[in-house]
Design a protein around this ligand. Structure first.
Ligand code: 13P
Ligand code: SF4
Length: 364
């Protein structure tokens, strides 16, 4: 998905950190209650420091839906999160993404044309009225609208289990997109096996499945993944366990099934944060998720050793795009009465997507 962030003016791109902190602090004070800054846990320290609310994608969507006061919601996260916030906030509120290029490569692995194509092909071989589409929060608003129109719901990694349970009470099959890993891991948690699942490759007719495979599967999993979380491997777990036999492995459900199967705990970012906090002082914890979360946990719990499961893990490069310079630029714009980088979901899409998001909020 192509989005274009023009380069920042020189006095932002060349300003030093102290100057940018001063600008953000000043603009924030001037905007007062007109502004709320949301920060996803994957954000850099310099940015999360200014967040009025930090959270995972579920927590932040709930917060966005519940807060009605601020006129401007600056979302330090990625594009799909800002879109969801725009859908869930009121018409008097404007959502801003400090860098328009902060997308999500996983979300970009499914688009409306591709999903509609597969949906039509599925309808040729199975009772489509009994198929419930579920989209992960990490998806474009147009896909949330698609599931809203088709009796489905959104889920996040924090509530995928409840949402899938709900879906299978309302149909006998789920089409889950775009993250095959979250779908598969949640399916296993619910007691389904590999034979109950089929992988839908959007480049192939009927996802590359035979008619009989579609009919027999309970979970049809879109072939998408997160490039950050798919890096964690069983070799990483084995090496950590050999070095720290009493250590604890906690991973995000976007990791592969093989990794999740041998981890001690699995859960959303908020879950991982709570699990690290609950671990006994003195414990060694390997975390399989984005590096800013791991580093922050290590700093917040100096009495335990928190390390990345993959010693070479890289940050989520799109979350990383949000920096102090972009934050200062959008906030200064607001002070000047100029709304920069507003994220707007068109009303027709927002109406259907809101149905899917509100279903999720009601289920979870
Ligand atoms: P959470 O749902 O845990 O916030 O994760 C979002 C995400 O993008 C994970 O890669
Ligand atoms: Fe997307 Fe992965 Fe980054 Fe999460 S970590 S925002 S799924 S690319």
């Amino acid at each position: 998905m192509f989005r274009l962030q023009p380069p920042l003016p020189d006095d932002y791109s060349t300003a030093d950190a102290d100057e940018l902190v001063r600008r953000v602090t000043t603009a924030r004070a001037r905007l007062g209650k007109r502004l709320v800054i949301l920060g996803h846990h994957y954000q850099r320290e310099e940015v999360i420091h200014f967040a009025d609310m930090r959270g995972d994608s579920f927590g932040l969507s709930r917060f966005a839906a519940d807060q009605h006061e601020a006129e401007f919601v600056v979302f330090c996260g990625v594009h799909f999160m800002a879109e969801s916030a725009d859908i869930l906030t009121g018409p008097h509120q404007q959502v801003i993404l400090p860098d328009l290029n902060a997308g999500c490569s996983m979300a970009d692995m499914a688009d409306l044309d591709g999903v509609e194509q597969i949906w039509e092909e599925l309808a040729e071989v199975t009772d489509i009225e009994a198929v419930v589409p579920i989209t992960y929060m990490n998806s474009a608003a147009s896909l949330k609208a698609f599931v809203g129109r088709n009796r489905g719901a959104v889920c996040t990694s924090a509530n995928a289990r409840s949402v899938l349970t709900w879906a299978l009470e309302h149909g006998n099959k789920v089409l889950f997109f775009p993250d095959q890993h979250l779908g598969r891991n949640t399916g296993f948690q619910l007691g389904y096996g590999a034979a109950d699942m089929g992988v839908v490759d959007p480049r192939l007719r009927l996802g590359g499945l035979q008619d009989a495979e579609v009919k027999e599967a309970t979970l049809l999993l879109w072939k998408g993944h997160c490039s950050v979380h798919q890096r964690f491997s069983t070799e990483h777990v084995a090496r950590f366990r050999s070095e720290h036999p009493a250590g604890i492995v906690i991973v995000h459900p976007e990791c592969s099934r093989e990794v999740v199967e041998i981890a001690d705990q699995v859960g959303s970012t908020d879950y991982i944060i709570a699990a690290a906090a609950a671990a006994a002082p003195g414990s060694t914890i390997a975390v399989g998720t984005e590096i800013h979360v791991v580093d922050r946990l290590a700093r917040e719990h100096p009495d335990r050793s928190v390390v990345s499961l993959d010693p070479l893990v890289c940050p989520c490069s799109t979350m990383f795009r949000i920096d102090l310079a972009h934050l200062a630029w959008v906030l200064d714009g607001l002070v000047l009465g100029e709304v920069r980088n507003r994220i707007v979901v068109d009303e027709a899409t927002a109406t259907d997507a809101r149905v899917a998001l509100e279903r999720m909020l009601a289920i979870a």
